[in-house]
Write a protein that binds this ligand. Structure first.
Ligand SMILES: NC(=O)c1ccc[n+]([C@@H]2O[C@H](COP(=O)([O-])OP(=O)(O)OC[C@H]3O[C@@H](n4cnc5c(N)ncnc54)[C@H](OP(=O)(O)O)[C@@H]3O)[C@@H](O)[C@H]2O)c1
Length: 304
């Protein structure tokens, strides 16, 4: 059969052979990419997150995605430092985590990311002093309360979007990274958004999408800067998830229910990265497209 095909090909003109080889190469490449995607998203075992350190720090853990991260990290055996703006909500989350995972230690730090960030980050530094924080989840983020044109944005919202989404993540990372560097291990998970990476533009949410583009590029650069220091960096880019921010109450195939999504978190942690997350959603293709430059590297080194 093979001999027959080869002898048939030999009699074909050169242009046909070139075209044939090119098609064969394209099909092979597509098949390998697909098989790799199946392996990374469905077969590869998650990493043992405790190997990064025994503590994880999560910002914005009192609701939505951050809360799910906190529970999932506790389930994976990590102690938690929860950073949020509301002491009562922090206590509620902390109590429920400790009720469910008795061995988990939880510390809370009150920081309003729209307030005095320098003071807030100093409190974080004091709290993590002496703790081996192996996982940092920069989840805190705000969006517009409703869609609007850029010129209609009030000064306050404009300032807060940049302060919470950009400055907050940058400063918290700056505070936590030195400890990871000293221990030569750590994982930084930044929550970006499909609004900046997957869709070509996000009109009427321009500043939100732009802040998330910062998170994406920040993550890519840190990934390269610190990969030789044992620190994995990934940016997760969810599309819609049913949280308070998204104002979507009903889940669907393309809009994962928050809790459900993050039940798959360890799996995603394993895979992508772009996330520990790509897998933790029912719509993995849309939600966790690997970033072109990060994807393979992040996916392999990061969480699996
Ligand atoms: N949901 C989506 O569809 C979606 C899609 C793509 C990306 N994301 C990203 O995912 C991350 C989490 O979003 P989410 O949907 O889970 O939002 P969420 O349900 O509104 O939760 C946001 C968390 O951040 C906290 N937070 C908000 N403003 C704060 C401030 N000034 N200081 C301190 N903490 C503050 C909230 O605290 P309180 O409980 O006190 O409000 C809450 O814990 C964000 O970075 C968001 O951009 C979400």
């Amino acid at each position: 059969m093979v001999c027959c095909i080869i002898s048939k090909l030999k009699s074909e003109p050169l242009w046909f052979l070139l075209l044939f080889s090119l098609s064969l190469f394209t099909i092979l490449r597509f098949t390998l990419t697909f098989l790799n995607w199946v392996y990374v998203n469905f077969l590869r075992q998650p990493k043992n997150l405790k190997k990064y350190g025994s503590w994880a720090l999560v910002t914005g853990p009192t609701n939505g995605i951050g809360k799910s991260f906190a529970f999932e990290l506790a389930r994976k055996g990590l102690n938690l430092i929860l950073v949020g703006r509301n002491p009562d909500k922090l206590k509620d989350v902390s109590d429920s985590i400790q009720a469910k995972f008795i061995k988990t230690e939880v510390k809370t730090v009150v920081v309003d990311f729209t307030g005095d960030l320098d003071e807030g980050v100093d409190r974080i530094r004091e709290t993590i002093d002496g703790l081996d924080v192996g996982v940092l989840v920069n989840n805190v983020g705000i969006s517009y309360p409703y869609a609007r044109f850029f010129h209609e944005l009030d000064e306050e919202l404009l300032k807060n979007l940049i302060k919470v989404n950009v400055v907050g993540t940058t400063k918290v990372t700056h505070a936590v990274l030195p400890g990871m560097l000293k221990r030569k291990k750590g994982a930084i998970v930044n929550i970006g958004s499909g609004a900046a990476i997957i869709i070509p533009s996000d009109p009427l949410y321009a500043v939100y999408a732009a802040t998330k583009a910062y998170i994406d590029q920040f993550s890519r650069c840190l990934y390269v800067e610190y990969k030789k220091s044992g620190i994995d960096v990934q940016c997760q880019v969810p599309l819609y998830v049913t949280t308070k921010m998204a104002s979507i109450k009903r889940s669907s195939f393309f809009v994962p229910f928050n809790k459900q999504q993050f039940h798959q978190f360890p799996y995603s942690f394993a895979t992508n990265t772009q996330t520990p997350v790509r897998q933790h959603t029912p719509s993995p293709l849309l939600t966790f497209q690997p970033q072109p430059s990060l994807s393979s590297s992040t996916q392999t080194t990061l969480f699996r």
